[in-house]
Design a protein around this ligand. Structure first.
Ligand SMILES: COc1cc(/C=C/C(=O)SCCNC(=O)CCNC(=O)[C@H](O)C(C)(C)COP(=O)(O)OP(=O)(O)OC[C@H]2O[C@@H](n3cnc4c(N)ncnc43)[C@H](O)[C@@H]2OP(=O)(O)O)ccc1O
Ligand SMILES: O=C(O)CCC(=O)C(=O)O
Ligand SMILES: [Fe+2]
Length: 374
């Protein structure tokens, strides 16, 4: 008698076979339907168990093969004595030369960092039918967006990344619109980073002849915040694609939490090579964004960075983008130009600048051309 029972193993194998058959027959529109319309994300593509990635993810050779130099490192700054002149100089020097540094003993409790990484996994472990409620098409709020890649309509090749992007307006709005799976942990990470953000900005603006961050200028430097929960699933052809392409952030400052997987590379000061940012347990990565490069008239550098895809491990990262308000006009600060320095950038409405960034694919340091005086 034929056995009508299927073992759990057989069911799983059958499901995987079905997914593989589906993937082999997928057109570009099927792929986009599966990834975004149905909410599976690139995580769903990763879980199909494909031997090779869909061609839509194959990046041009120059984007996926980069020269990484070993033995060089972005600065690592111990913030235990954050009021020390030496520590403050190290922060400003790093912002001028590298645009990127790691900080340890920064005051954000380690359990808060662990909790937001766990919450990121929790969000992505939800079934696609739950996550799809937060895509641009379905989200009840324009401030909450689950997506994949960066700007799929504009990109020639997709990136191997899913993201949940949460723009902070108020505690009440976050409570009612952010996904409960990660809401409290994301809010706590933002709240507990507040003192650190102010400390870093105060140190940086002092060197720009701005006395301090107070109620008259706070909004310009840190009037809006966005937190992204990034998820980079395992990629069977990790050397054919990228997790995030070359870009600079459009923020004032970014506070980035990464897990222990690695893969973030930043452009070396020689503008040619790339330097890996090794995960350090409990550390935060800080980088200068375009808004502060513009406001400092190029003194602080918003450095190009990228993330490699990984063939054996899932990675998560959680950046907090600290920004001006969308309605602010950004340009070189009067305090910076007071000594007669020539302005390198024009005044631009910050929301126009961000829209320009979001409407194109990642293109290295090109975004800032939008604000440059020719
Ligand atoms: C996702 O992968 C990323 C992200 C990043 C991010 C790096 C950063 O530095 S983020 C910090 C950006 N700053 C701010 O968000 C603060 C200021 N905010 C604003 O000015 C506005 O809120 C706005 C972002 C401009 C949106 O304004 P709104 O009037 O609501 O405009 P829309 O028409 O809705 O959006 C314009 C355009 O942008 C696309 N978009 C909006 N939000 C996101 C988002 N979170 N992620 C991706 N794309 C977004 C939106 O689809 C619109 O494009 P269309 O083509 O649809 O018109 C770094 C690296 C990464 O890989
Ligand atoms: O995941 C990372 O390490 C970097 C993420 C990043 O560059 C971004 O979200 O803008
Ligand atoms: Fe970035």
């Amino acid at each position: 008698m034929a056995c009508i029972w299927q073992t759990q193993d057989q069911i799983v194998k059958k499901k995987i076979r079905k997914l593989k058959d589906m993937a082999a027959a997928m057109s570009s529109s099927d792929l986009s339907e599966f990834v975004m319309v149905k909410g599976n994300g690139v995580k769903g593509v990763s879980e199909m168990g494909l031997k090779s990635i869909p061609r839509e993810y194959i990046q041009p050779l120059e984007e996926r093969t980069v020269k990484v130099v070993h033995g060089e490192s972005i600065p690592i700054i111990d913030m235990s004595n954050g009021d020390d002149g030496e520590v403050q100089d190290a922060i400003c020097d790093a912002a001028e030369k590298w645009g990127f540094f790691q900080i340890i003993n920064h005051g954000v409790p380690l359990h808060v960092l662990e909790n937001v990484k766990d919450a990121t996994h929790r969000f992505y472990e939800m079934p696609p039918q739950e996550k799809v409620k937060f895509t641009k098409q379905n989200s009840v709020s324009n401030h909450v967006r689950y997506g994949s890649s960066f700007s799929p309509e504009a990109e020639k090749a997709l990136e191997w990344k899913d993201y949940l992007s949460l723009f902070y307006v108020s505690e009440d709005e976050a409570q009612s619109t952010w996904p409960p799976a990660c809401r409290d942990e994301a809010l706590e990470y933002m709240k507990r980073s507040e003192i650190l953000i102010k400390k870093l900005l105060n140190v940086l603006v002092k060197k720009l002849n701005v006395n301090k961050i107070d109620e008259t200028n706070e909004a310009l430097f840190m009037g809006s915040k966005r937190i992204n929960l990034n998820y980079y699933p395992i990629c069977p052809n990790h050397d054919l694609t990228v997790a995030i392409g070359r870009h600079s952030d459009v923020s004032t400052l970014t506070i980035l939490l990464q897990d222990d997987t690695g893969g973030l590379h930043v452009r070396s000061p020689n503008h040619r090579d790339w330097i890996h940012v090794p995960p350090i347990s409990g550390a935060l990565v800080i980088n200068i964004g375009d808004a502060l490069q513009v406001m400092s008239n190029g003194r602080y550098k918003s450095i190009e960075h990228r993330v490699s895809a990984n063939g054996s491990k899932t990675r998560v990262s959680v950046p907090i983008f600290v920004n001006p308000r969308p309605s602010d006009v950004i340009g070189p600060l009067p305090q910076v130009l007071a000594s007669g320095e020539k302005a390198l950038y024009k005044n631009v409405l910050y929301s126009d600048y961000v829209k320009h960034f979001f409407r194109k694919s990642h293109d290295g340091k090109m975004t800032i051309e939008y604000a440059k005086i020719c």
